[in-house]
Ligand binder design. Structure first.
Ligand code: PHE
Ligand code: CA
Ligand code: ZN
Length: 280
């Protein structure tokens, strides 16, 4: 029995279901995760922020409202959830949270039996120093930690002047980063590796030696002309000019980037839930 764990910022949710042994030769075709539905989740995060003093920061009312709403959506799909939270913004990290939520709902609706256990995590207080994800890993029994084969992180996936960055801090430990690159390549999207240096929740898992991988559309860094040539957008401007600012609203999104990214999340979930870790 293996655990496959996957995340955006916000909460902890476990969507269990243990695999059946035996060979499932090929994973089902990669799903088309709905950008319309994902955008609707972001509209909801925006209304929650608007109705709660303009933010969804940890410990504030907008945080609890975000958590309650995510929990309600997940409960409706039969999943299990505890302790939710959210980042302050729509791109950072409403985008990863909405994409993970929509993928979880799509996975549940698909009714597949995963070979590996799958957990969807929505961490709180990332912005305060990865508090939620660190708390989670510190409180995992050792036997549970040992079962985690992979942690995937999706933080800031719809930046308005987007890049397509992939990272993983344990390149020797798993091929997940390569799988992400291969998926984007198949979609005719070029990627770049980036060392995000522990700036997001995967760091908590990495520190335990768990393989991690993730994607990132860019934050305060400036897009170069070479990057604009391959990805479009504006050279000489930040990937996200509203990074951690009050203008990180529902207008601060690139929906094409979001759509590519959520389909990549779906692809990874579909292949890794079926991966045979006992084979090697
Ligand atoms: N969430 C990070 C922050 O707020 C930004 C980030 C996301 C950095 C993903 C790297 C990778 O600082
Ligand atoms: Ca899609
Ligand atoms: Zn952030």
């Amino acid at each position: 029995m293996r655990t496959f764990l996957y995340s955006g910022l916000g909460t902890v949710l476990v969507a269990g279901a243990v695999f059946a042994p035996g060979n499932i030769a090929t994973a089902a075709a990669s799903p088309d995760i709905s950008v319309t539905n994902t955008k609707a989740h972001l509209d909801q995060f925006q209304s929650i922020a608007t109705g709660n003093g303009g933010n969804r920061a940890a410990g504030r009312p907008g945080y609890k409202a975000s958590a309650d709403w995510v929990k309600a959506k997940l409960d409706a799909a039969g999943s299990h959830l505890d302790s939710v939270s959210a980042g302050p913004g729509i791109n950072d990290n409403g985008s990863g949270s909405a994409g993970v939520l929509e993928t979880a709902l799509a996975y549940a609706a698909g009714g597949q039996t995963p070979r590996n256990r799958l957990r969807f995590g929505f961490w709180g207080a990332e912005e305060l120093g990865l508090v939620g994800s660190r708390y989670y890993v510190n409180n995992l029994p050792a036997a549970e930690r040992d079962r985690i084969e992979l942690y995937l992180n999706f933080d800031m996936i719809a930046s308005p002047n987007p890049g397509y960055f992939v990272y993983d801090d344990n390149p020797a430990g798993n091929g997940a980063r390569d799988d992400l690159v291969a998926y984007f390549t198949q979609q005719n999207v070029q990627t770049e590796f980036i060392d995000v240096q522990g700036r997001s929740d995967h760091a908590a898992f990495r520190s335990l030696g768990i393989p991690t991988a993730g994607t990132f559309a860019g934050a305060e860094e400036t897009k170069t002309s070479a990057q604009a040539a391959k990805w479009g957008g504006t050279a000489g401007q930040a990937f996200d000019r509203c990074y951690q600012r009050s203008c990180d609203t529902i207008s601060n999104l690139d929906l094409t980037s979001l759509d590519h990214q959520i389909d990549a999340i779906g692809h990874m979930i579909w292949i890794y839930t079926q991966k045979d870790y006992t084979a090697n």
